[in-house]
Ligand binder design. Structure first.
Ligand code: ADP
Length: 573
């Protein structure tokens, strides 16, 4: 993926400007809050010079009232500020997350071949978190801090311009250091997101594949990889911590330096005790936001780095990019491959100009050794892949012109290791058609012989299956997947038959379920079961991306060619 940087203008246009009213309100609140915050330091002078030194106690209640009022206002405004802006920021985060997830699902399947799902989870959940600092209190505090600093400078000048100049100098140096530091930190933050995604991705895979890992006794190796990942993350954080701590401590050092100077100069300029204290207090009020700004600056830098990565993802073109214009709302399901070639990688053709017709309602069995191109053919028929040359047509229309959603709503896919999610068996079957009636659901459950085992479960269809369906046998999971496809009632069906050996009874039940499923649908089946192959209307024997033989079972057996070889020499095809 190309490096991409979100511009300030873009962020302003899409994130800040639409929220200008709220942010403006935030700004008003922060000005009030900061102005109220300036009252206590201001009050030090009248308190010392008028009340303490001159012993004029009459003015004390008034001063106390003023300071208390200011503190109250400050508390109230900062409460409102945090509440309003933080809520808005969290809302924006959820909106962005949904947007990124939606976009992800519109990306072609080839995108997911090269990505770890855990890494994508991190992209969706973590990368957008940073906007919290943009819309939340971060930005407003930055502006508020600048305002307070400016007002404080005004007061400082009014007390003593020369002394003010003396503290502005180290502050400017500090400003320069901060700017430099952030330019250095931004790529580090950017990289941090990438590393986090990588580590999360690997961890997700480890947990999903825990059986394989234990089976191969590879725990130590996985732990080592994870350790290396978190170490990398640690080094990244360390790198940015060095610069942020440098910023903070140089800030503290320069502030200290300024204070020492002020002490020295106060004797020289002959300030009253009140003036001196007031000057010092305002100095703190000027410096505090500047130091705080360096913190906020690092938050904003993080926000930008996250947005950079989000933007990168959002810039990948979705599979239906608007060039598809033909809607197919009711199809017959006549599929034709016309001299279709396909390559996953440039120069390595996986299919070579293959042509065949799968008439509406027919069953086409794809057989051949592993890696011959069967899944690729199924992927092309499912519109997951696009031909490099040639054309796949549906009822005579070029599939690459068809609006994907209109085609896919009439497509059903049942894969070997089918995807069951955490939830009840009922929810898993209803998943493609949540609005189906109970009668339709029961019909599908019966046709796929799911009731044969759910009837034995205490909770029947409501039984909750563990994550990845671990509590069900392979055959049972398959039947759930078949019931799901029957309920979806697609015109076109893509089936990848499981190769696992099942006991004869399960096998017979699955056979029967598959028969009900395939009836009347244009079916492409990556066939491993002899019974399926025997019943197919046409068998395509695939070899290195070519159809080397085609016909029905009996014809091909009699031909004594490649199919005959596969059939006789291998127990399973
Ligand atoms: P089959 O289903 O017959 O086992 P496939 O259609 O999956 O075969 O694969 C055909 C060829 O394409 C194989 O050589 C395989 O290595 C290659 N291939 C499959 N998927 C990809 C992919 N995502 N990227 C690159 N090459 C792939």
């Amino acid at each position: 993926m190309a490096k991409h940087k979100v511009s300030l203008k873009q962020v302003f246009k899409t994130i800040i400007w639409p929220r200008r009213k709220l942010l403006f309100l935030g700004l008003v609140l922060i000005v009030i809050s900061r102005a109220a915050g300036l009252v206590p330091p201001w009050a030090t002078k009248p308190f010392i010079d008028d009340i303490l030194v001159k012993q004029d106690m009459g003015a004390l209640p008034q001063l106390l009232l003023l300071v208390t009022g200011a503190i109250l206002i400050q508390a109230l405004t900062s409460f409102l500020l945090t509440k309003i802006l933080s809520v808005e920021a969290q809302h924006l985060i959820s909106v962005l997350r949904s947007k990124v997830q939606k976009h992800l699902l519109r990306l072609p399947t080839s995108f997911f071949d090269n990505q770890k799902s855990g890494a994508l989870v991190s992209r969706v959940m973590n990368d957008v978190e940073g906007v919290r600092n943009l819309v939340g209190t971060g930005l407003v505090q930055l502006i508020g801090g600048i305002l307070t600093a400016i007002i404080s400078v005004g007061f400082l000048i009014s007390i003593n311009p020369w002394m003010t100049l003396f503290i502005i100098l180290p502050m400017s140096v500090f400003g320069l250091i901060t700017l430099k530091a952030f330019a250095y930190i931004r790529p580090i933050f950017r990289e941090r997101g990438v590393i986090t995604a990588e580590v999360t991705g690997r961890l997700t895979e480890t947990l999903n594949g825990v059986r394989v890992i234990k089976g191969f006794n590879a725990e130590a190796q996985e732990s080592k990889i994870f350790e290396q990942g978190v170490e990398k993350l640690f080094l990244n954080v360390k790198k940015s911590l060095t610069s942020t701590s440098f910023v903070t401590s140089s800030g503290t050092f320069l502030v200290g330096l300024a204070s020492v100077g002020i002490m020295g100069l106060s004797g020289y300029f002959d300030l009253s005790p009140g003036d001196f204290l007031q000057f010092t207090m305002f100095m703190v009020f000027m410096i505090a936001p500047i130091v705080q700004m360096s913190n906020i600056g690092s938050q904003l830098t993080e926000a930008f780095a996250g947005l950079d990565r989000t933007e990168e993802l959002m810039n990948i073109s979705p599979e239906d990019d608007g060039t598809r214009t033909v809607r197919m709302d009711a199809i017959r399901g006549d599929i034709t491959f016309k001299e279709v070639s396909f390559a996953y990688e440039e120069g390595k053709d996986v299919l070579n100009e293959i042509s065949f017709n799968a008439p509406s309602g027919s069953v086409t069995a794809l057989v051949g050794t592993s890696g011959s191109g069967k899944t690729t053919i199924a992927g092309l028929a499912a519109s997951f892949l696009k031909p490099k040359s040639g054309m796949v047509t549906v009822d005579g229309t070029d599939l690459s012109q068809v609006v994907l959603e209109s085609y896919r709503s009439q497509l059903g896919v049942v894969l070997q290791d089918d995807f069951l999610f955490e939830g009840s068996i009922r929810e898993n079957i209803l998943f493609p058609r949540p609005q189906a009636t109970e009668v339709q659901l029961q019909a599908a459950v019966k046709a796929a012989h799911v009731d044969e085992f759910t009837d034995r479960f205490e909770k029947g269809l409501e039984t909750v299956i563990g994550e990845r369906g671990v509590k069900l046998s392979g055959g049972q999971r398959q039947r759930i997947a078949i019931a799901r496809a029957i309920l979806a009632d697609p015109r076109i069906l893509i089936l990848d038959e499981a190769t696992s050996n099942l006991d004869t009874e399960s096998e017979a039940l699955i056979q029967e379920s598959l028969r009900s499923l395939m009836k009347g649908r244009t079916t492409f089946v990556i066939a491993h079961r002899l019974s399926t192959i025997r019943q197919a209307d046409q068998i395509l024997v695939i070899e290195q991306g070519n159809i080397v033989e085609r016909g029905r079972h009996q014809e091909l057996i009699e031909k004594k060619g490649r199919y005959f070889e596969l059939y006789t020499y291998q127990a399973r095809i």
